[in-house]
Design a protein around this ligand. Structure first.
Ligand code: NIG
Ligand code: FE
Length: 420
């Protein structure tokens, strides 16, 4: 099978099941908009046509400006010559994963802390400070090399769009360096200077918030698209969090929130109040939180890797979906609470333990992530979207949950070019 390419034309055909996330009459799978025995035409990095494979040759002919379609049919090889035809062999294609929540710029790891948790210790926000020390001690090149390794890991597991947060620097210079490094690998950079209060400000948290909303935000906003805060016991109060988010919004950044991870807290209420694009974790929710989310445009982003590796109870996706909340899944890849970059793993856990169907989990990992990042160019396979596609070594999207732990990523294209 050939690789395709960003420039030019590529016809993917022989697709047993195409998940488009673009429902239309005649398509199955509700929001997944499934087309069976499908083909996809990619031109100059964009999807330009989607439909039944049997109609694909029809679609190809016009580019050659042949007035006489019959002549085109008779000279198939002529008009086939400038399109690379890739037969994927009766397997499934879904949109590339959109991982809307990661913390990938850091030094060191916390394997010992994980082992201690598995022996019974609780997860606490304070562990973040040990990664802050390791990150400050690392050089730019060390952090850059580590980040490049994570990006390769994401791509090889089918992720084509990903967000990266700062938050392990917690000084003006270190946060600026982290958002700058993140910006080298993604447009979706989030300033998380308010991750925890660093040790040197331990007894004066409000002074730290002053720094975050002042000099630190001014240094980081030019490299960032989003502002985020960890609104939680042991991190920032709702009042402190509100200050940070309002300042970020005033600097032109979109709002995201870490909330309701370790207890009910006020994170969800604050996110809805400020019109955040997403509130992430949502592990402990009151009925009022669920109702507020359902009445808002704020996405609830669930992070199954966190509960897996902290042994907290899983968030109840079923409750949220049944209430009408838009749910996304993301990896939260970070060295403390969730050191996985695998969206297939998150899907398998969400289906097994969070009440999601395979279809809901696949939607939440692709289209849901796109909504959480307010993106309309990714997360779906439809004309005009970026050609970010994931070929599975399986006949259907269900296998992502049905075959946990099995490498099912056969090929990944980003903007029409093969990246894995
Ligand atoms: O999303 N909750 C806050 N931040 C990260 C954890 C970071 C860490 O433990 O290092 C999270 O889970
Ligand atoms: Fe996080």
């Amino acid at each position: 099978m050939s690789d395709g390419g960003a420039a030019g034309r590529m016809l993917l055909t022989g697709i047993a099941e195409l998940v488009t996330n673009d429902p239309a009459p005649g398509r199955d799978g509700g929001p997944l908009g499934i087309v069976r025995d499908a083909a996809v035409l990619v031109e100059d990095g964009l999807v330009t046509w989607v439909g039944p494979a049997t109609h694909a040759t029809e679609r190809l002919a016009p580019r050659h400006e042949r007035e006489d379609r019959r002549e085109a049919e008779e000279h198939r090889t002529l008009w086939d010559a400038d399109v690379e035809v890739v037969d994927v062999g009766a397997r499934a294609i879904i949109p590339g994963f959109v991982d809307s929540h990661t913390h990938l710029v850091f030094g060191g790891d916390r394997a010992e802390e994980f082992a201690a948790r598995m022996a019974g210790r609780r997860y606490e926000a304070g562990g973040i400070r040990s990664t802050v020390a390791a990150t400050r001690a690392a050089t730019d090149d060390e952090l850059r090399a580590r980040l490049a390794g994570f990006v390769a890991e994401l791509h090889s597991q089918g992720t084509t769009t990903f967000e990266v947060k700062s938050g392990y620097g917690l000084s003006v210079a270190d946060e600026e360096r982290l958002v700058g490094l993140a910006r080298e690998v993604t447009e979706e950079v989030t300033f998380l200077g308010a991750h925890v209060v660093p040790a040197e400000y331990a007894d004066r948290p409000d002074e730290y918030v002053d720094l975050v909303v002042g000099e630190m935000l001014a240094a980081c906003a030019p490299h960032s698209r989003w502002v985020d805060v960890f609104c939680e016991r042991g991190a920032f109060t709702p009042e402190q969090s509100r200050r940070v988010l309002r300042a970020g919004a005033a600097a032109g950044l979109g709002v995201r929130v870490h909330g309701n991870q370790l207890g009910e807290g006020g994170g969800v209420g604050l996110a809805v109040e400020l019109g955040a694009a997403s509130v992430d974790h949502c592990t402990y929710l009151s009925d009022a939180d669920v109702a507020a989310l359902a009445a808002s445009d704020t996405v609830a982003t669930l992070l199954p890797g966190v509960e897996f590796s902290t042994r907290q109870p899983y968030p109840d996706a079923r409750r949220l979906i049944d209430a009408g909340v838009t749910v996304a899944l993301a990896s939260d890849c970070n060295p403390g609470s969730s050191f996985t970059s695998s969206m297939p793993f998150c899907i398998a856990v969400a289906v097994r333990d969070m009440g999601m169907t395979p279809a809901e989990a696949v939607w939440a990992s692709t289209a849901g992530g796109a909504v959480a990042l307010r993106r309309t160019d990714v997360g779906a396979v439809r004309p005009g979207a970026r050609a970010d596609l994931l070929l599975l070594d399986a006949p259907s999207h269900v296998h992502l949950a049905y075959r946990p732990g099995v490498p099912l990523v056969a090929r990944v294209w980003k903007d029409g070019a093969a990246i894995a």
